[in-house]
Design a protein around this ligand. Structure first.
Ligand SMILES: Cc1cc2nc3c(=O)[nH]c(=O)nc-3n(C[C@H](O)[C@H](O)[C@H](O)COP(=O)(O)OP(=O)(O)OC[C@H]3O[C@@H](n4cnc5c(N)ncnc54)[C@H](O)[C@@H]3O)c2cc1C
Length: 428
């Protein structure tokens, strides 16, 4: 069993343990030149590398650690519909036309992920079925209004409301007060998906280098990306570092906040456990969201407990076991085989950050917990933009995400305060 430990995310994930052999990539040594330099080997960077290389560009992707060490190899695997904010939230802020365009993008994002999986025969346990479970009875009307809008104004009929007993049957737990079932969304094994994407990118001609951190980016006619062992001269640069941007590029860092989220995998459950009998995935209505599903080998993977104060969390397993026990009391003492965490990159409005941060340098980050579908698709849109068609990427750029208030010193304490408020609201 693997004991591989990502240097940037806590715990050994079940995904690492179950993804099978995967290719390794040597570090980049010396100076190089290419059409497009991509910094970051998660879904955003790898998908951009694939689409750009497929269109004939010479692409070099630099990953500071190992592919998937950030969020893409360690997430909840939920391939969700829409943006992180509901269509009604978006309509209220941006009007129907833009809300519809953003919904359509997200629909294309799901289809893009499924298309990649099919085209490249990526064996990543893709399973359809997604439940949104309400943790307060009073949220039912609001969820029903979203479902109604999707049917009547968004031409989406794959979602239905479930009353409390129907949700209890779907979850195998009566902990929640009903909710919705989306048969157009689902779940997958995130690390297998990522490996498939990396293989597709290299087969298309992209060159990938691991253990190669970009340490500075210099603007110019041909921007320069410096690493510890050389300089990469590129026609264009994509920064796809997400929550792990650090000090590499300050504009991105001001707009994206890393939040830790944790997942525990149980030992395989008995076939008659009654947990999620339809093999759907579930997330709940909390601001500090809980999300869970079963793996292909019948483990319960249960995620939640966002932490805003940064730093690695101790004792991930006991906390997650406690949340499991609330939903599934029969599992309150269940054996946990793996427990891990990762950094979710959130923006203030919980919508993606896409910006040209210096000439010929684009930064894409902050999918706010919705990146399994949206991040690979954003990579495709970046490829489109670098090839001369910026129309669809512009829908994200036009969101004009604001920076977090407080500057470098106060950003984190202010966010911690705000999140503590929302966590409290989840409980009342
Ligand atoms: C625990 C958890 C659960 C989640 N669950 C879900 C879910 O169920 N559904 C969903 O849709 N989304 C979920 N997400 C979010 C989703 O995983 C992300 O939105 C998505 O993976 C973002 O992909 P990315 O490529 O933008 O970033 P990442 O996958 O984070 O990749 C960024 C990469 O950049 C590299 N990097 C950073 N700095 C440098 C540098 N200087 N030089 C070179 N490389 C660098 C990092 O090492 C990292 O590999 C979850 C996230 C977490 C952490």
């Amino acid at each position: 069993m693997t004991t591989y430990q990502s240097p940037i995310s806590p715990g050994v994930s079940w995904y690492e343990a179950s993804c099978g052999p995967r290719p390794g990539y040597a570090p980049l040594e010396g100076d190089r030149s290419c059409d497009v330099a991509i910094i970051g080997g998660g879904y955003t960077g790898l998908s951009a590398a694939y689409h750009l290389a497929k269109a004939g560009a010479e692409v070099v992707l630099l990953e500071a650690h190992g592919l998937g060490d950030g969020a893409s190899g360690r997430n909840g695997g939920q391939l969700s519909s829409g943006q992180r904010q509901s269509v009604l939230w978006l309509e209220e802020r941006f009007g129907y036309t833009r809300a519809k365009a953003l919904w359509n993008l997200a629909e294309e994002a799901k289809a893009h992920a499924v298309g990649l999986i099919e085209e490249h025969s990526i064996d990543c346990d893709l399973t359809l079925g997604h439940l949104t479970a309400l943790h307060k009875a009073r949220y039912y009307a609001a969820e029903a209004a979203i479902v109604d809008a999707l049917w009547t104004r968004y031409n989406y009929d794959k979602i239905i409301m479930l009353v409390r007993p129907a949700m209890a049957a779907a979850l195998g737990s009566d902990f929640y007060y009903g909710g919705s079932r989306d048969s157009g969304a689902g779940h997958l094994h995130p690390m297998k998906f990522l490996i498939g994407m990396a293989n597709a990118a290299t087969a298309a001609g992209a060159q990938i280098f691991e253990d190669t951190a970009a340490i500075t980016i210099e603007a110019g006619r041909r921007p320069k990306v410096r690493t510890f062992s050389g300089t990469l001269h590129a026609g264009r640069v994509l920064i796809a570092c997400n929550a792990h941007i650090g000090a590499l590029e300050p504009e991105t860092a001001r707009h994206v906040m890393p939040i830790r989220s944790y997942i525990a995998a149980t030992e395989p459950l008995a076939d008659d456990s009654g947990v999620l009998p339809g093999d759907e995935c579930a997330c709940d209505s909390r601001f500090v969201i809980r999300y869970f599903r079963k793996s292909a080998d019948n483990r319960l993977l249960f995620g939640g407990r966002e932490v805003y104060t940064g730093g690695p969390a101790k004792n991930i397993a006991p906390h997650q076991r406690q949340q499991i026990g609330e939903v599934y009391p029969q599992l309150k003492d269940v054996a946990i085989s793996h427990a891990w965490g990762g950094s979710v990159a959130v923006t203030l409005p919980r919508l993606p950050f896409v910006r040209e941060v210096m000439p010929k340098v684009l930064s894409v980050a902050g999918f706010s917990g919705q990146g399994v579908a949206l991040a690979p698709f954003a990579g495709k849109l970046v490829a489109e933009a670098f090839n001369g068609n910026r129309e669809r990427l512009k829908l994200f750029e036009d969101l004009a995400i604001p920076a977090f208030p407080g500057g470098a010193l106060l950003r984190q304490p202010l966010l911690t305060l705000a999140m503590a408020f929302y966590a409290l609201r989840d409980r009342i």
